[in-house]
Design a protein around this ligand. Sequence first.
Ligand SMILES: [Zn+2]
Ligand SMILES: [Zn+2]
Length: 95
Amino acid sequence: MKRYSIIQQEKKCAVCGTTQNIHIHEACFGRNRKKSIEDGLTFYLCGRHHNQSNEGVHFNHDLDTKLKQIAEWTWIEHYGKTEDDFRQRYGRSYL
Ligand SMILES: [Zn+2]
Ligand SMILES: [Zn+2]
């Protein structure tokens, strides 16, 4: 499946803005990873802000929550849905 993002147009790190060493991160990973890819709930992150340091989203709970909130807002806006719809699809709301 083609990977795309409804959250970011440009391939630069959502945290620091660099264009170097960019990874694609699914906002909702684990068992929701596939839905996240289908819905375009992906972020571009540099290695440091992804999983190559302790600051990365996979090791930093606060950053993870922040990105999930942005993803949920964007999802609701983009698809004209509600928080309840999100909860149904992803099992919970992060708002
Ligand atoms: Zn970064
Ligand atoms: Zn990731």
